[in-house]
Design a protein around this ligand. Structure first.
Ligand code: NAD
Length: 435
């Protein structure tokens, strides 16, 4: 099959490369000429484990190519995916779907023969109806069907998630388009991945409901972790104790500095706006958003307290800047709230992140970026672990203690054991565990 992928970001590039690996011919298109140039010359513009090899192999075997212009690829395509961004709209928090509609119009102008147009971007319920209207208005003669196929991959494990998904959701109300989607995902049918066919609006809502649920689960354990601190209990053990119950499940029960990233913050807000306008508010989600926003402020205060009540003039070493490990994505990362809050109180920040430096530099002012954890810790008054990259899990504690000016560690991801850290001579503050 021939596939055109409009939008070559975290989702478009991974999905495009994986569809090519399934044996389809894929052209990934992006308006950002710099991105396409990097890809054409054998590079990968984002950090995602394994993606460089996957892209290289499929380019070499002639199944994957890149373009800034969609005309040729869309004309030849059986399936055109829209995988452009849907950020929060300024002012009201609704998803900004103008990029989706702009892409739909461009596709409509050039499509040729029966074409399945699939929204992979996360879009509010009813967007598929509007995409259909835009295409029909632009090209009344076009033969097409609009399908919803939200993406559930996680950055950092995106290829594995795409190739071995918990499920694939396809919202389609057109028989021929359903057959095309079945053919496209045939390798996953053979792997017995659950493929759920629904109506289009239901599929659109599944994506938001899934993200909102996960955001609530994280926020729940964060609140329980505060309660653990107040009552002298251990949140790690509470999480294990509840997570072993299959009805609850173990994942997304790690207490931390609050969720961030390119999806949960914007999708929870967009869902709550949609629900309010539909006259059916989702109050659990609204409360989740509020708790999560406040949590990031509370994390900065936790660091100030660990520094004896003031960070004015102090040097704070921050390990990990991205919103989670194994990505260079800085969108809505907790570090973007925590660091400026500390700077506002007079702290000097030195930071290290294994992959996020380039993106972080664009978003954080006045931060000194270091090349490794020990350089970062050098003569610092406290060290804060904000993102749990693997390379922070086994630091040389003796070296670290002798490098820091004061042996204070604030671990917002609970990657060390309190007793071990105290035995190693640190004042160690973590999340939701007895102090
Ligand atoms: P991204 O910002 O990384 O990529 C979007 C790309 O689309 C950009 O490179 C942009 O230049 C390009 N683009 C915009 N308009 C275009 C047009 N008309 N023609 C060609 N290119 C165009 O975004 P992303 O993180 O890949 O997210 C894409 C969508 O997938 C969003 O709706 C997001 O919510 C959803 N999603 C993201 C993730 C994730 O982990 N990042 C996971 C699941 C779903």
């Amino acid at each position: 099959m021939r596939v055109a992928m409009i939008g070559t970001g975290y989702v478009g590039l991974v999905s495009g490369a994986c569809f090519a690996d399934f044996g389809h011919h894929v052209t990934c298109i992006d308006k950002n000429a710099e991105k396409i140039e990097i890809l054409r010359s054998g590079g990968v513009p984002i950090y995602e484990p394994g993606l460089d090899l996957l892209v290289e192999r499929n380019m070499r075997e002639g199944r994957l190519d890149f373009a800034t212009d969609l005309i040729e690829a869309v004309r030849e395509a059986d399936v055109v995916f829209i995988a452009v961004g849907t950020p929060s709209r300024r002012g009201d928090g609704h998803a900004d779907i103008s990029y989706v509609y702009a892409a739909a119009e461009e596709i409509a102008k050039v499509m040729d023969g029966f074409t399945v147009v699939v929204t992979k971007s996360t879009v509010p319920v009813g967007t598929g109806d509007e995409v259909e209207r835009v295409i029909h208005k632009t090209r009344p003669d076009a033969e097409f069907a609009v399908v919803s196929n939200p993406e559930f991959l996680r950055e950092g494990a995106a290829i594995e998630d795409f190739k071995r998904p918990d499920r694939v959701v396809v919202g389609v109300e057109h028989d021929r388009a359903r057959d095309v989607m079945r053919e496209l995902y045939r390798p996953l049918f053979l792997n017995e991945a659950p493929i759920l066919f629904t109506e289009r609006r239901t599929s659109e809502l599944i994506k938001y409901a899934a993200n909102a649920f996960l955001a609530m689960k994280i926020t729940f354990i964060n609140e329980i972790s505060d309660l653990c601190e107040a009552l002298g209990a251990d949140v790690q053990q509470v999480a294990r104790g509840i997570g072993l119950d299959n009805r609850i499940g173990k994942k997304f029960l790690n207490a931390g500095p609050g969720y961030g990233g390119s999806c949960f913050p914007k999708d929870t807000v967009a869902l709550s706006r949609t629900a309010q306008e539909a006259g059916s508010p989702v109050r659990l989600v609204e409360t989740t958003i509020d708790i999560n926003d406040k949590r990031k402020e509370a994390m900065a205060e936790r660091i100030v307290k660990a520094c004896g009540g003031s960070v004015d003039g102090k040097s704070i070493a921050v390990l990990g800047l991205t919103f989670k490990p194994n990505t260079d994505d800085m969108r809505e990362a907790p570090s973007l709230d925590i660091i400026p809050a500390l700077q506002k109180q007079g702290a000097k920040i030195r930071a290290y992140d294994p992959a996020g430096r380039v993106e972080a530099k664009k978003l954080l002012d006045g931060v000194t970026f270091e090349a490794g954890p020990y350089l970062c810790a050098d003569a610092a008054d406290a060290l804060v672990i904000v993102t749990e990259w693997n390379e922070f899990r086994a630091l040389d504690l003796d070296h670290l203690r002798s490098t820091l000016k004061h042996p204070v560690i604030v671990d917002l991801r609970n990657i060390y054991e309190p007793e071990e850290m105290r035995a190693a001579g640190f004042e160690y503050i973590s999340v939701g565990r007895p102090g």
